[in-house]
Design a protein around this ligand. Structure first.
Ligand SMILES: [Fe+2]
Length: 316
């Protein structure tokens, strides 16, 4: 069995903070589960975590609103191209009506692959999302006053990577990460980890002619995907395995306050992360109160007023 249990989180660079909060919470019914700052670099940039109310790994998508700093990233190959959320079968019409009502750009055509219907829509910063219809996602629904259970998002279903070459990346998924290749449909290759199903699915989209995207933190791209592992012990087993295969582009285990992160680049250039599930969001807020207050790790907490003063106010 793979040490990778599924997704932990996805992290994107977006435009403005308030527009991002509205996209995830008002439109998609996600909870803001943590409001903190990007821990790399000197200038304060929000780090906003969204997911189900429990902040469960596999439901988490996080944002760095880079409009404030004026840094734009470039979409292209070697990146996560699409974030796919699970919704129940028969709910796509509800969501299309909602996109109309809330002025969200979406594609005219509903498409289908691997026997799942899907609807493409766009974050205001240009990042692509799909809603994927499935009835096998048993995670708690993200219900709100205007999103009924029969339509509500369950969590991240899968991700779609854009890759110019796929052969070595297929090998990497199978032999280094312990995923199983479970299907191919035209340019799409599908992999699953652990027990399989929503939250454990990675797709490659083979796009040999797509120009290379950037790897920087900036507005308009998904920067990386984090997979869930139990602890630093599993991170280090993976790191040793990657190094032994020649994939020496790996980081140390980095303290991200709510988890520990080990970053690595897969052969197609996408930044991957192994994030631990042994810490969590309850270290600084009680369950039921996640995301209510601006939080900082112990080493920044004495700069709270200064940092908050340099960030745009947001309301949820
Ligand atoms: Fe991350």
């Amino acid at each position: 069995m793979s040490m990778i249990k599924g997704f932990h989180h996805l992290t994107a660079g977006v435009s403005g903070a308030q527009e991002d909060v509205d996209f995830y919470t008002k439109l998609l019914g996600q909870s803001l589960v943590k409001k903190t700052v990007l821990l790399d670099g000197e200038d304060p940039i929000y780090h906003l975590y969204y997911g189900n109310a429990n902040g469960d790994p596999g439901t988490l998508v996080t944002s760095f609103p880079f409009r404030q700093k004026g840094v734009k990233a470039r979409q292209g190959s070697g990146q996560v191209r699409v974030i796919n959320y699970s919704v129940p079968k028969g709910s796509l019409d509800f969501w299309r009506n909602r996109f109309n009502a809330m002025n969200i750009s979406y594609n005219a055509a509903i498409t289908e692959r691997f026997d799942e219907r899907r609807q493409r829509f766009h974050h205001p910063c240009g990042i692509e999302f799909d809603l994927v219809e499935t009835d096998i996602d048993t995670r708690p629904p993200c219900v709100t006053s205007d999103i009924p259970e029969a339509c509500a998002v369950r969590g991240v279903h899968s991700i779609t990577l854009s890759l110019r070459e796929v052969d070595e990346s297929i090998l990497f998924m199978n032999e280094a990460l312990g995923f199983r290749q479970v299907g191919q449909s035209g340019p799409y290759h599908r992999f699953e980890t652990h027990t399989g199903g929503p939250g454990m699915v990675v797709e490659f989209l083979h796009e040999p002619d797509r120009h290379q995207g950037s790897s920087i933190y900036g507005e308009g791209t998904i920067h990386h995907v984090a997979f869930a592992v139990d602890s630093v012990k599993e991170q280090m087993v993976l790191k040793e395995r990657f190094m032994g295969m020649g994939y020496i582009d790996t980081s140390e285990s980095v303290n991200r306050n709510y988890f520990r992160s080990m970053y690595f680049k897969m052969p197609g250039g996408v930044i991957f992360e192994a994030a631990t599930t042994d810490i969590g969001f309850a270290i600084d807020e009680e369950p039921g109160h996640f995301g209510e207050e601006f939080q900082l790790p112990p080493w920044l907490v004495n700069r709270k007023e200064e940092l908050l003063g340099r960030l745009e106010p947001i309301s949820v």
